[in-house]
Design a protein around this ligand. Structure first.
Ligand SMILES: *Cc1c(COP(=O)(O)O)cnc(C)c1O
Length: 435
């Protein structure tokens, strides 16, 4: 069997006890100290990713902004880290915005996306002085226009267009095809640009697209860029529109399984920047500032889930189930869109696999299966199962089904472990109940 270590953070290794080590910390020891289920984040990997994005795009293009799309993982300590690394923020709700504000995240570096922002959310962003509101539709454009008039302020905006390309990913994580709830259809782009330019309090800085997530190819980005630059050139000619900013969203793939390697950030950066540079030259446009909004790829590989194995059940000639103490309540991705993960037995790293098992969660849904048919060493109750690639979306999509407690989150670095979110308690679960 190929080692699964490369799916873990780059600080991953095996110590002389045969245990998985991340960020210099023995994962089996951390499981004992903090209990399971437990989520670990490797601080080195998180910081390296911020720098990798800034370098990959910044070395190829003069004016870039990287904003982290925090719906992938939202935690106060992590937001502080993101700000320290000089990366901005993409939020999609008043809640995310509020959390960012609570750690004094610089509001001028915040981009606000979302397909159905409420009047309250828009008011909140105007009051806080957000960098950009990424306007998704005509209704929002009108509402925002009214609000800036009422409040006597101005707002820099981008228009989110749906560039009508297929990113070849799961349909639940596709967002830029023609039949999507997100963005203004490209064919209505002119109407939107004209309307936005006519609104006194709104400063239309540029155009935005975000075509989906877990995109392994560059062609969908290139096609989208061409479509938007084409529109920008036409709008310049007809209406004097100046494209100062082009936001190409996120969606960069990450490697979850050994059979599906993802391209490096530089691969996307090269294709995206060269397409913009060539396209602008051809169309006679000034190079806009390039904004990139990675979410998943910033955090997925830096995080891992740690569980304890419980019941091992054999169904003769059918399957062996190993149930763990977490599951769909902390990682709904496999149940929601057939996401695939791999796993290791963190206390038996050197042992070879002896057969296939199915890792099941403990929640009352038959769909609560984390991994189907994975080859692992023999597992007994008490073994520690570590699942790589759990940094993105698992925790932000976590829930309290079966009155479970959302797991604690620990940041590891150079042998030190720091709790950045404690485990929930019964009190947390009933805090909002009114009797
Ligand atoms: C989710 C999202 C992103 C990030 O997508 P990833 O696949 O996590 O990189 C970027 N921009 C917008 C508007 C989003 O909604």
């Amino acid at each position: 069997m190929m080692s699964r270590l490369p799916l873990f953070p780059s600080t991953g290794e095996v110590n002389d006890r045969g245990h998985l080590v991340i960020g210099g910390c023995d994962v089996v020891d951390l499981a004992a100290e903090f209990g399971t289920p437990l989520y670990l984040f490797d601080e080195t990997s998180l910081r390296d990713k911020c720098r990798e994005f800034k370098d990959a795009f910044g070395s190829r293009y003069a004016d870039i902004t990287v904003v982290y799309s925090c719906k992938a993982f939202t935690n106060k300590s992590h937001l502080l880290l993101v700000n320290e690394e000089g990366v901005g923020l993409d939020v999609v709700s008043g809640g995310e915005l509020g959390i960012a504000h609570s750690v004094d995240f610089p509001m001028e570096q915040v981009y606000f996306s979302g397909n159905n922002k409420s009047r309250e959310e828009l008011r909140q962003s105007l009051e806080l002085g957000l960098g950009r509101v990424v306007v998704d539709n005509f209704h929002e454009l009108k509402m925002l226009g009214e609000l800036v008039n009422e409040m006597g302020c101005t707002q820099d905006i981008l228009l989110r267009l749906s560039p009508a390309v297929d990113p070849h990913t799961h349909k639940y994580i596709t967002t830029g095809n023609i039949d999507s709830k997100f963005g203004i259809p490209l064919v209505l782009g002119e109407d939107a640009v004209v309307e936005a330019m006519s609104m006194p309090g709104l400063n239309l800085l540029g155009l935005h697209f975000h075509i989906g997530s877990l995109i392994f190819e560059v062609e969908p980005y290139q096609e989208s860029i061409k479509n938007l630059l084409g529109l920008a050139a036409e709008m310049k000619r007809k209406h004097g529109f100046e494209l100062k900013e082009l936001d190409i969203g996120g969606g960069f793939a990450v490697q979850y399984t050994l059979d599906a390697p993802a391209p490096p950030v530089s691969f996307y950066a090269e294709a995206i920047t060269s397409t913009i540079i060539a396209g602008c030259r051809e169309l006679g446009l000034k190079l806009p500032r390039l904004v990139v909004e990675p979410g998943r790829s910033m955090v997925a590989r830096a995080g891992l889930a740690v569980y304890t194995a419980g019941v091992v059940k054999d169904i003769p000639n059918v399957r062996r189930y190993v149930s763990v103490d977490g599951g769909m309540a902390d990682n709904i991705r496999p149940a929601l869109y057939q996401a695939r993960h791999e796993a290791v037995v963190a206390n038996k790293m050197p042992e070879s696999e002896t057969g296939k098992v199915t890792i099941a969660g403990k929640f009352c849904e038959s769909g609560d299966i984390l991994i189907w048919d994975i080859g692992l060493p023999p597992i007994v109750a008490g073994d520690i199962i570590a699942v790589p690639g759990c940094g993105a979306f698992c925790l932000t999509e976590a829930m309290n089904y079966n009155a479970s407690f959302k797991p604690p989150v620990v940041m590891v670095r150079e042998g030190k472990a720091r709790l950045i979110r404690r485990r929930e308690t019964l009190e947390d679960l009933t805090r909002c109940d009114v009797v």
